[in-house]
Write a protein of this length. Structure first.
Length: 127
């Protein structure tokens, strides 16, 4: 899995029509319509079966307007925390004799190493 380019994702979100977005599901249209301030911003046509199987898609699209920026902010914060954790690991590794002694230093470094490895495995490709 390749890490998303958060600047590009945020730019697309910023370029989209301002929210909030809602779903017009009163069935006066041929298919669910996503609206912002009363104006249509997206539609989710049916499969031609005379039903509205794409209502769930419209709900997803409408929520993406707020979900995407929130997820970008959360991922940026997580990446920042990961960077701080890495800095702590490197500092402890370089100065463990001054900060901690014996088994305690080894246990802390081993634990931090496991956390960093798990993070890297889960977010392969992230900076």
């Amino acid at each position: 899995m390749t890490a998303p380019d958060l600047d590009a994702v945020q730019a697309r979100a910023d370029a989209a029509t301002a929210g909030p977005w809602t779903v017009d599901d009163d069935r006066q249209t041929a298919y669910p319509v996503v609206r912002a301030n009363g104006r249509a911003v997206a539609g989710c046509p049916t499969s031609g079966l005379g039903k509205w199987p794409r209502l769930s898609n419209a709900v997803f699209v409408a929520h993406a307007r707020t979900d995407v920026p929130a997820l970008v902010a959360e991922l940026r914060a997580a990446r920042g925390a990961r960077g701080q954790l890495n800095d702590l690991y490197e500092d402890l590794e370089a100065h463990d004799a001054e900060v901690l002694t014996g088994a305690t230093a080894f246990e802390v470094l081993t634990h931090l190493s496991r956390i960093l490895h798990a993070w890297d495995t889960a977010t392969e490709g992230a900076p």
